[in-house]
Structures are given as structure tokens and as C-alpha cells.
Design a protein around this ligand. Structure first.
Ligand SMILES: Cc1cc2nc3c(=O)[nH]c(=O)nc-3n(C[C@H](O)[C@H](O)[C@H](O)COP(=O)(O)O)c2cc1C
Length: 231
């Protein structure tokens, strides 16, 4: 496995989309300072903007700030007590009845989960962009989570997103290399993808690299001529 993503080197609000994606980390230790409501609102909006099967949006987001309830959720999450330091929890909930009604078994067993997963990832990225730390928590006792917030029978908690200002900078976790997880055109491992642009034959990307090199070359040449003329 390889270190695939870089460390945080600049303010996430100045990053482009790919940088935000590459530098996001799961944060499990938070500072004892409150999270602004407008940031929570933006994160919820990011969840609401996620794609969903047939656009049915059969999700609900339950925002928890009460420290006693946060402790209950940490307890229900198989005693992951680190969750207690997060100032906000968002429980992402699927309403699988609606998925079943629209798409039958596939809707209930697959789309309900995927829709919520898309919302979760959007929220994690929005949190990172807004300078907050977040973690996706999936290991919990569903009944315990439901009891903590009086959730009805036909709702299913899919994830808890913890939120707060990070009090740690975790090491970059190892991720598989691109060539270990990607196959081109058919199911065949061992395709060497050192450079996706070259493998896919994207002329524009390849040409872009040459243009950059040429610019560098001309810049150096310009400096040399300027130095020579000074003499
Ligand atoms: C479906 C799912 C469930 C997860 N559940 C937990 C969890 O219960 N507790 C936890 O600390 N992290 C949990 N995580 C976070 C992963 O451990 C984390 O994403 C992984 O170690 C990679 O680290 P990164 O997010 O910094 O890239 C979960 C992530 C996903 C996608």
C-alpha cells in the first residue's frame, strides 16, 4: 500500500475540490470550543445536495448537541467514548419504507444505504472545507441509537457524523495504489497505471504537462539571456 494523499498544508477554504477530497481525514479528538450553527447548516445543506436513487431523498438528519445525548450515542456506538469530545453529532437516517415502495428489495437493501452514504461523504467534505474535523461512525447498536433520540420503528440510523474543531492531526493512513484497485476495460489485475493520463491516452493532459515543461524551459532561458545582457 502507498501513502496516496498529502498532509494538510493550507487553509481548506483556499483549496480546490480535489485538494479537499485528498486531505480530508477522520478526526476523533476535538477541541473544547463550540461549532457555529451556520457551519452546521452548511454541512446539512451539503448532505441534502447529495445524489439519491430516483431523487427520492428518503433521508433524515438528526442534529444532536446535548452533551448527555452525545454521551448516550458514544455508549451506543460500542463505547467509542472519543465521540464525547465532539460538539455535534449528526445521525443520518434512512426511511427504508419509501425505498421499498419505489424500488422493492433493491431499494431497501441497497439504495437506502447508498443514498445515505452519499450524504455522509458530502457532509464530511463540507466539514473539512469549513475548517472542522469530522468522523463517519458506523459501528453502533442501532436500537441504542434509536432509543437515544426516540426514533420511530420504520427509520434506520445509517451513520453518525461527529463534528468539532480538530485537536489532532492524524497520520495519513495507507491506501492501496491506483493500479491495485483499478482495471481498464475488463476484470484483469496487474494493469500498471503509473500515470492515468498516459494509460487512458488523454492527449490534453499529456500536452498540458509538455506545455508546463516548455514554459519552465522558456522561463529559464529568459533568465539566462537577462543575466547575459546585464554583463
Ligand atoms: C462505513 C464506515 C464506517 C465507519 N465506522 C467508524 C467507526 O465506527 N469508528 C471510527 O472511529 N471510524 C469509523 N469509520 C472511519 C474509518 O475508520 C476511516 O475512514 C478509515 O480509517 C480511513 O481513514 P480516513 O477517513 O482518514 O481516510 C468508518 C468509515 C466508514 C466509511
Amino acid at each position: 500500500m502507498a501513502e496516496a494523499v498529502q498532509h494538510l498544508t493550507k487553509d481548506p477554504s483556499e483549496m480546490d475540490t480535489l485538494e479537499v477530497i485528498y486531505t480530508r481525514r477522520s478526526i476523533r479528538k476535538y477541541r473544547d470550543i463550540p461549532v457555529e450553527w451556520d457551519k452546521v447548516g452548511k454541512i446539512l445543506e451539503a448532505g441534502r445536495a447529495a445524489p439519491s436513487a430516483g431523487n427520492i431523498q428518503a433521508w433524515k438528519f438528526v442534529v444532536i448537541t446535548d452533551p448527555a445525548k452525545i454521551r448516550m450515542l458514544a455508549e451506543a456506538a460500542l463505547q467509542q467514548y472519543w465521540m464525547g469530545s465532539a460538539k455535534v453529532h449528526i445521525i443520518v437516517v434512512s426511511q427504508f419504507e419509501k425505498h421499498r415502495r419505489f424500488y422493492g428489495v433493491r431499494g431497501e437493501r441497497l439504495y437506502a444505504i447508498q443514498d445515505c452514504a452519499a450524504a455522509c461523504q458530502n457532509m464530511l467534505l463540507a466539514a473539512h472545507y469549513l475548517g472542522l474535523g469530522a468522523c463517519w461512525v458506523g459501528a453502533f447498536d442501532e436500537d441504542g441509537v434509536k432509543r437515544a433520540v426516540m426514533m420511530p420503528e420504520q427509520a434506520r440510523p445509517q451513520a453518525i457524523i461527529t463534528l468539532g474543531y480538530a485537536d489532532e492531526e492524524p497520520p495519513v493512513p495507507t491506501k492501496y495504489k491506483l493500479e491495485q484497485v483499478t482495471m481498464i476495460e475488463r476484470w484483469k489485475m496487474g494493469q500498471q497505471i503509473k500515470d492515468i493520463a498516459i494509460t487512458m491516452g488523454y492527449p490534453s493532459l499529456k500536452v498540458g504537462k509538455y506545455i508546463e515543461k516548455t514554459k519552465e524551459f522558456i522561463g529559464n532561458l529568459h533568465d539566462k539571456i537577462a543575466k547575459r545582457d546585464k554583463k
